[in-house]
Design a protein around this ligand. Sequence first.
Ligand code: PSV
Ligand code: MN
Length: 381
Amino acid sequence: MIRDDLRKQRIETPSWAYGNSGTRFKVFAQPGVPRDPYEKVADAAQVHRFTGIAPTVALHIPWDRVPDYGHLASHARELGLGIGAINANVFQDDDYKLGSVTNPDPVVRRKAVHHLLECADIMDATGSDTLKLWFADGTNYPGQDDIRARQDRLAEALGIVHERLGDGQRLLLEYKLFEPAFYVTDVPDWGTAYAHCVKLGPKAQVVVDTGHHAPGTNIEFIVAFLLREGKLGGFDFNSRFYADDDLMAGSADPFQLFRIMFEVVRGGGYTDEVAFMLDQCHNVEPKIAGQIRSVMNVQEATAKALLVDRVALAAAQGEGDVLEANAVLMDAYATDVRPLLASVRTEMGVDPDPMAAYAKSGYFAKICADRVGGAQAGWGP
Ligand code: PSV
Ligand code: MN
């Protein structure tokens, strides 16, 4: 039943979406922005409160470093939230200029692996089951370093981390075509991530950030392939017009988001095994409302994907009826699912119009008034 499936949906929001962010040219401060991880978690709880389907928040370490992670997790629990993926950050230290786990210097490599293991400890302390690894590692110039040796170093580090994971824990390896490296990126694409994950074993899977491909890449094919191999661990959803734009999910290309979600549903990936996470930065729009909009956009794409008449689709495909097969898919995409979602929300005890309900709640005015003094959170510890 589509309604049951929609009620079960889980979308994770990132703690860093609630802090200040910007472009490489300017970070724009917004009023009411959290000053610490506790306030970020409180904001994430609002997204869950108004959508009913965002019950976990991802942390980024060291951006969300606290003295007592168990305490942060219980603060989250009191607000009705769980701690989701722990994102390791080995890209903001001077030592990492030439890479972290692939750095030619073994001392730097050890430091990076130590951080990844610390993130595994934080998983234990918070009850998180997912370690998300993205490496800014790569080179800018031909000859700068040995491409193959860097792969060996990467494999070695991943092996140590994989070994450390406990039962029920997994690592998700995130690829990205370029940036900050502009010649070689050590994990540039799903194939590289997949090959490393296959070698590592069952606790390693690939995470697909929708902004991390060359223009024109068929992301739904990647999703279908990884799911078929049991190696799709999750998504970092965001939208892009050009590169890694980190815009609201579903804002640039809602049709692509629908096609991705259809392959998820078709491939049996609409389960808790695949983590549906957001990874985006709200630079010009208000943070919490921006997250609510993204969650709703993913939810709408999901509803349309669930609506596809797969029996009719399979029949048309089997008969080689190209036009009919395409029409079946487009019928679902063209359906206005907003009334369905409003009614599902009402069944769930959530306001049918999350954006309006959040706006009316007065939460934004309250955090603007309350959060004075202190340093606003941004892309730093
Ligand atoms: C890298 O661009 C990325 O997508 C990774 O997921 C990071 O951890 C995240 O952005 C936040 O900067
Ligand atoms: Mn990402």
